[in-house]
Structures are given as structure tokens and as C-alpha cells.
Design a protein around this ligand. Structure first.
Ligand code: HEM
Ligand code: HEM
Length: 198
């Protein structure tokens, strides 16, 4: 299996990044929604939020690597044949939107946390630093705390997650249509070890 993409299929680097990030991003969206709206146990909510921030930071790092790799390995698979112009446009908008959200989601989350008084020394009895898996501390660009910015970035984070959900439904429906209705190789060429005619 080659690392590079070919006109017929994605290479293993793009495939691995796609599926690892898909699991992380869908997991973050589900856990984020639960912890922010449906969990009342403060200790559990706190632990989930710390994990959410750590995994969100991993997504941000992988998104940067993925975008650089897309640029370094540009021979992406051919556009599926017989697409109507609106289908082509819809898939391009969805893909660009998903790439943009891979950056906007973590960045807005990071700025929201950074703008919160919780991570400023002395604001509360306990300072909650923005740690990544308890190993290192994320930089704190918004210091001192700013409630207006915190609210703004929270709004961006929440509304971007609604847009993410809509684009993901379209994206998943599109790939299932290719596989089960059009019966072409679009889904298989992104799946590890699946057979695609070379
Ligand atoms: C069950 C979930 C998913 C399925 C079945 C799926 C399926 C696919 C398939 C088949 C392709 C290849 C399209 C082609 O070759 O023309 C693709 C590309 C892509 N996927 Fe997914 N995907 C899923 C989840 C996600 C998630 C969660 C994200 C990110 C938020 C994502 C972002 C992308 C992007 C940006 C591309 C375009 C790659 C490019 O052209 O550079 N996908 N996906
Ligand atoms: C791809 C990455 C991410 C996704 C998909 C995501 C998704 C979500 C979602 C859906 C919510 C619930 C929003 C609401 O209903 O209010 C949420 C909440 C939250 N996210 Fe993220 N997030 C990501 C990354 C991050 C990062 C990197 C941080 C911080 C470093 C972060 C910090 C937070 C915090 C603090 C909340 C709770 C807000 C509240 O209490 O209402 N997120 N996230």
C-alpha cells in the first residue's frame, strides 16, 4: 500500500488521517453536546471537559498535518464520472467546509477556554490550566480573562458544531449513495485494504 494518492485511490497516509480524525471528531461532537447540555454531575462534567480539550487539541494538530499532506501529495483520486454540476459543487463545498471546521472547532474551543477566568491565576480558588492529557499546558493567548470573548467563542463553537453535523450528514449520505446506488469506487477508495481496480 503506497503512502501517496493515485488517480484511483487514496494513499495510506490520507486514509489513516481521514478515519482517525473521523472517529475523534464525531466522538468530540457527541461528548461535547452531552457534557455541555445533559450532564449535571459536576465532577464528571469537569473530567469530560478536560478530556474533550485534550482530544480537541490532537484534532487541531492532525488537521494541520492533514492539510499540509493534502498539499504535498496533491494527486488526489479523480472526480467520480457522470456527476451533475450541482453534485460536483455540493461535494466541493462540503469538503472545503469540513476542512475549515477541522480548524474552526478546535480554535474556537481553545480561545473560549483561554478567555475564561477559570484558567487565570487567582480568579478562582482553583486554577484550571488548559492541559493536554495532563502532560503539557496549551498557550493562553487571551489573558486576562474576557467574558465577551468567551461568550463569542462559545457561540462560534456551538454554531459551528451544528454546521458540522449538517455537513457530516450530507457527506455520509453522499458516500453511501456512491456505494449502494451508483455502485462506484468512491467509498472503497477511502477504505483501508478495500479492493479498487488499479
Ligand atoms: C462515517 C463517516 C464518514 C464516511 C463514510 C466518510 C467517507 C468519505 C469518503 C468515501 C471520502 C472520499 C471521497 C472521494 O474520494 O472523492 C471522504 C473524503 C473526505 N472526508 Fe470523509 N467520511 C466520514 C467522516 C468524515 C469526517 C468526520 C470528516 C471531518 C470532519 C470527513 C472529512 C472528509 C474530507 C475533508 C474529505 C475530502 C478529502 C479531499 O478531497 O481532500 N469525513 N470521506
Ligand atoms: C474538532 C474538535 C472539537 C469538536 C468537534 C468540539 C465539539 C463540541 C461541542 C459539540 C460542544 C457542545 C457545545 C454546546 O452545546 O454548547 C463542545 C463544548 C465545549 N468544547 Fe469543544 N469541540 C472541539 C474542540 C475543543 C477544544 C480544542 C476545546 C478547548 C481547548 C474545546 C472546549 C470546549 C468546552 C470548554 C466546551 C463546553 C462549553 C459549555 O460549557 O457550554 N472544544 N465542543
Amino acid at each position: 500500500m503506497s503512502a501517496h494518492n493515485t488517480p484511483r485511490r487514496w494513499g495510506w497516509v490520507a486514509k489513516t488521517l481521514h478515519w482517525v480524525m473521523a472517529i475523534l471528531i464525531i466522538g468530540l461532537a457527541v461528548v461535547g453536546t452531552l457534557m455541555a447540555n445533559f450532564i449535571n454531575d459536576m465532577a464528571l462534567q469537569f473530567d469530560l471537559t478536560q478530556q474533550h480539550k485534550s482530544f480537541g487539541f490532537v484534532v487541531f494538530t492532525l488537521a494541520l498535518i492533514r492539510i499540509i499532506w493534502r498539499w504535498l501529495s496533491p494527486a488526489v483520486p479523480n472526480e467520480p464520472e457522470n456527476q451533475r454540476p450541482w453534485e460536483k459543487t455540493a461535494s466541493h463545498i462540503t469538503h472545503y467546509g469540513l476542512y475549515a471546521l477541522m480548524l474552526v472547532m478546535p480554535l474556537s474551543g481553545w480561545m473560549m477556554s483561554s478567555a475564561s477566568a477559570l484558567n487565570d491565576p487567582g480568579a478562582y480558588p482553583v486554577q484550571v490550566k488548559n492541559m493536554v492529557f495532563g502532560i503539557f499546558e496549551m498557550p493562553d493567548p487571551v489573558y486576562p480573562a474576557n467574558e465577551t470573548l468567551e461568550k463569542l467563542f462559545h457561540t462560534i463553537h456551538a454554531y459551528s458544531s451544528y454546521l458540522l453535523a449538517i455537513l457530516l450528514i450530507l457527506h455520509i449520505a453522499g458516500s453511501l449513495k456512491h456505494h449502494f446506488i451508483l455502485r462506484d469506487s468512491v467509498l472503497r477508495r477511502m477504505v483501508p485494504f478495500a479492493k479498487v481496480d488499479e
